[in-house]
Write a protein that binds this ligand. Structure first.
Ligand code: ADP
Ligand code: GN1
Ligand code: MG
Length: 371
């Protein structure tokens, strides 16, 4: 069996799941920044079947059993909804958890690591960048639909898997602390980025104030609507399933929309080493607005929420830039990195995107008004 770069704990947990046959190969999979994801091929007789094994990042997600309870509730609810609306074949292609033999939604290895297994969604793929406007419309519609499907999730409030996840004021205070502590001794090198972050501090409170004033509402949201968190059909390009459900919890629809703008209406990769390549791109922005507003969730957004669709993109670029800069200042303890300046490159593209969205505000507002 080929299993280069797969940790030994993987082999410990295989037998905890009721999977048919034997594992014939396993390899790292996908481009996520947080969890460890592996695709494992199982053979039984002449056939093979793939599963996704994920080692959940326990350092970041402090309550994995609580998180997995959310995932179990959400995947079951979504499957029921999709089955009713689109039939069994469609329901089989949404994210489907394989429970462990003991009935739990995860298994633990001898080092205390948490593992979960999903059916591999076959005939589909993720992209790190949007290439067509149709793709942007489809992604926005898929996340909008997903959020609408969660509106009647039974069972009470979901566990908050990362407290204050999109609380931009709290993100800003973490950043300020990281500057003061200067744990990795990198503060001098990023003076320009620090100054930029302070110059936009007031943006951190805009949506929080609207929420406190009751002008916008909290709902159950995905909170990580990056383009590579939706699977697209290989043949048709249509959206098949929303994935990466670790941060589903109460949040603002504007955070979901803003994260789509950040990742789907931007001109280059989040980690492009040349931040000058980064700017907002208006045709996919228009496509996102249209796809989101046409989805079921469009009908529940009020005028204030609609008016902030562009600002939401700027806020998510700012928040992610703050988070990357904080991680750089703290010595790269949160995100996976591939080289020492990775978080700094990511921060710079995000701050370039903030500037670009500010410059394009008039054009973006006109698009929203026309949609
Ligand atoms: P992370 O939190 O690290 O981003 P994800 O859950 O998004 O982890 O998974 C990382 C990548 O693995 C995804 O972008 C996707 O390409 C792939 N992936 C995840 N789940 C599945 C699945 N059930 N079937 C096929 N590919 C998957
Ligand atoms: C992380 O897990 P992934 O790669 O989809 C992060 C998001 C950030 C994103 C930046 C749990 O997303 O919040 O916006 O990186 N997820 C978590 O690319 O922190
Ligand atoms: Mg992901």
């Amino acid at each position: 069996m080929s299993s280069a770069v797969v940790p030994p704990e993987f082999h410990e947990v295989i037998s905890a799941f009721p999977l048919p046959g034997r594992v014939v190969s396993v390899a790292p999979h996908g481009n996520g920044h947080i969890n460890e994801t592996y695709a494992a091929v199982f053979a039984e007789g002449v056939g093979t079947r793939r599963y996704v094994f994920q080692k959940v990042n326990h350092r970041i997600f402090k309550d994995v059993p609580g998180l997995m309870d959310n995932v179990r509730r959400v995947t079951a609810h979504i499957a029921t909804k999709v089955r009713a609306a689109a039939g069994e074949a469609a329901a089989k292609r949404v994210l489907t958890l394989v429970s462990a033999k003991d009935g739990r939604a995860f298994a633990q290895d001898s080092g205390g690591g948490y593992w979960r297994v999903y059916d591999f969604i076959e005939g589909a793929h993720t992209v790190d960048r949007v290439t067509t406007e149709a793709q942007a419309t489809a992604v926005a519609a898929a996340f909008g639909e997903f959020q609408a499907q969660l509106a009647d999730l039974p069972g009470g409030r979901l566990v908050e898997t990362i407290p204050n996840f999109h609380h931009t004021r709290s993100r800003f205070e973490n950043f300020r602390k990281a500057v003061n502590e200067n744990a990795a001794g990198r503060k001098g090198e990023v003076a320009a980025e620090i100054a930029f972050a302070f110059s936009r501090e007031a943006d951190a409170d805009v949506l929080l104030n609207l929420l406190a004033q009751g002008k916008i509402s909290e709902r159950v949201t995905h909170n990580d609507t990056k383009i590579n968190n939706v699977m697209l059909d290989d043949a048709t390009g249509k959206t098949v399933a929303v994935i990466d459900l670790d941060t589903i919890m109460p949040g603002l629809p504007l955070y979901d929309f803003g994260e789509m703008v950040r990742t789907s209406a931007s001109s280059t990769d989040e980690d492009d080493p040349n931040a000058a390549n980064m700017h907002v791109v208006l045709p996919p922005f228009r496509a996102l607005v249209e796809g989101y507003l046409a989805s079921e969730v469009g009908g529940v957004l009020n005028a204030i929420e609609r008016a902030h669709l562009g600002f939401a993109g700027k806020l998510m670029a700012y928040e992610n830039g703050l988070r990357f800069l904080t991680d750089y200042l703290q010595g790269d303890t949160y995100y996976k990195i591939k080289h020492p300046r990775h978080n700094l490159d990511r921060c710079r593209t995000q701050f370039a995107l903030v500037r670009s969205i500010e410059a394009a505000k008039g054009a973006m507002d006109a698009i929203i008004a026309a949609s």
